[in-house]
Write a protein that binds this ligand. Sequence first.
Ligand SMILES: [Ca+2]
Length: 336
Amino acid sequence: MQGNNNNNNKIYKTIKHKTIKKTVASIFVLALSVGFSQAQDTMYVMKSGNVVYQRAINEIDSVIFYSPTTSSNPLNLTLVNIPAGTFNMGSPSGEVNHNPDETQYQVTLSAFRMSKYEITNTEYAAFLNAKSISSNGLYAAGAFPTQALIYVSTGSYDFGLHYTAGQWVPVAGYGNHPVINVTWYGSTEYATYAGGTLASEAQWEYACRGNTSAPFNTGACLSDAQANYSWYYPYNTCTNTNTTYPGTTQAVGSYTANGYGLQDMHGNVWEWCSDWYGTYPTAAQINPTGPNTGSNRVIRGGSWDEIARNCRSAIRGNGDPTFSYTSIGFRVVLLP
Ligand SMILES: [Ca+2]
């Protein structure tokens, strides 16, 4: 096992040496190298002179060093462990509908955790009510006291939150749908409340791809059975069984998860990322966080009212951080 280990509800991060290969021979070599006899001797784990753990050497098949991290999950969100790794961000110039702002470059990321689902109306309402935020969406004690976090849902796209009798409440039947009408400020404030951040654009795409390089994490097509988007326009030469699309958000987790276990990375709602929108670098990057300044923030993944080409893994949207819409929500990232 490499990377992170979830044990006793604590997250541990490898701090020294990868897993020693799980063979008797390798353990035997390890034992010999420190003067142990595999057949007879015992390994003791000591702290302050006391034995906290002991096993016969011949019962041990791996040794891993871990250290607990400080990141908590105060809202008990369902999180997915995303391993460290390197990938090509963006899309090749030959990808159908490739956009000029998707120029590929190599990105290496540390491990992180990401919410399995887009943050829902119910979850966001709980935050607003906990902070006594009124109908104007202002959070005076927050990091952006003059910025509206969210707008009340109205009209023909009424599948967000209402403000009724001093409380934020999901529109009936939409509690488990992604929150909409949130600004970048509102998304960022929630991420802080959840003990994390918004995804960086690189984290988002890496997590979306889940080790794939095709236009979608589902491959060359994104079918009506795989995501909530405008099914009337499938990708390239792909076809859909059902071309009458929902025309609204759907409950989070309605489709098959990607390779990392994340839901709705393609479609349902666009997701605010932490980066300013800008031109990609050309040189390889480690844990990039985007331009230092800008006017618009990044959104990723497409939505219920976008055609398939605009739901590709590499597609880049952007909006003023004060902007909100019926097709933009977010998810959060926590440290490993
Ligand atoms: Ca989405």
